[in-house]
Design a protein around this ligand. Sequence first.
Ligand code: AVJ
Length: 337
Amino acid sequence: MRRPLEARINQPVTIVRGRHPVHGQETELAEVRRNLLRDLPRIDSKHFYDDAGSLLFEEITRLPEYYQTRTEEAILAEIADQVVSLTGARELVELGSGAGRKIRLLLDAMRRRGRLERCVLLDINETFLTTSAEALADDYPEMEVRGVVGDFLRDLDSVGMGDDRLFIFLAGTIGNLYPRQLAAFLGSLRAVLSANDGFLVGLDLVKDTGRLEAAYNDSAGITASFNLNALRVLNRRFGTDFDVEAFEHVAFYDRDREWIEMRVRALRPTSASLGGGRELRFEAGDEIRTEISRKFTRQSFAAALAGSGLELAAWFTDPESLFASALVRPVRAGASR
Ligand code: AVJ
């Protein structure tokens, strides 16, 4: 997959693995079991993204009901130059790297300012990460490209230190974190950010319930396939034996918690072996939560930042206020309190 080194002597692509034992099967297996044994069983949404799931997500981004991707792209096209000049970035670091149209809007803006030196991509899917890194190295030969295979909750420190960097975390993926995970994420982000680094984050916004629920219950059934794929991923990676056909897709908006929740629901009695002699039984109607996707307001996002050492520097949204791009910076020493 990687081309010979001499083909890109001026633009080396390096792929490294996150330092933490995310790939240690025992740790992950223990975590998967623990989550399945909760009162409301849970599968972490990172398990959606094997190759099939990553492709299904790309299909989701093109659905008529799924406004997020095209709205964020329109915002970024509008603000890229401003964000790059506000941050003076020479290096772009993408967390949870996607398939790459949106990152190019920012790289192009950096190129226009003549300050494009380096790009680091961090993603959990090695295949997608390598493909994206290679494509970016081809299209931006003046920049150095590095990939980190890892989990943005555990492997941020593998990105290393630097300055004049713009970190980006697009697509509203930050909304997939539970409040406690979000606080931990912001803490580890603060720890790798230098005083002059910036963080641009995509946030899906609170809106009409009908519109939100339609985005997660598309008429083509792609989100349903994406959701149920999590059971297949568990079967393959962790040796469970969920009968995927015995479950259906569920997605609804929880107005109190301001998040979309996706679940898989048993259509009939079924059971799954978790290994180690443990068996999980389901009656018809029993559910497993597979994802939360938080919807923010400017106020709730600012509240999430409170106490993290990070603050909101700018807030950009589309004309309909469907989605926002928030520019976040470390709180300046002496500027707080
Ligand atoms: C990964 C955050 C962009 O939560 O909307 C899409 C994943 N889940 N449809 C989201 C997803 C169901 C998505 N993001």
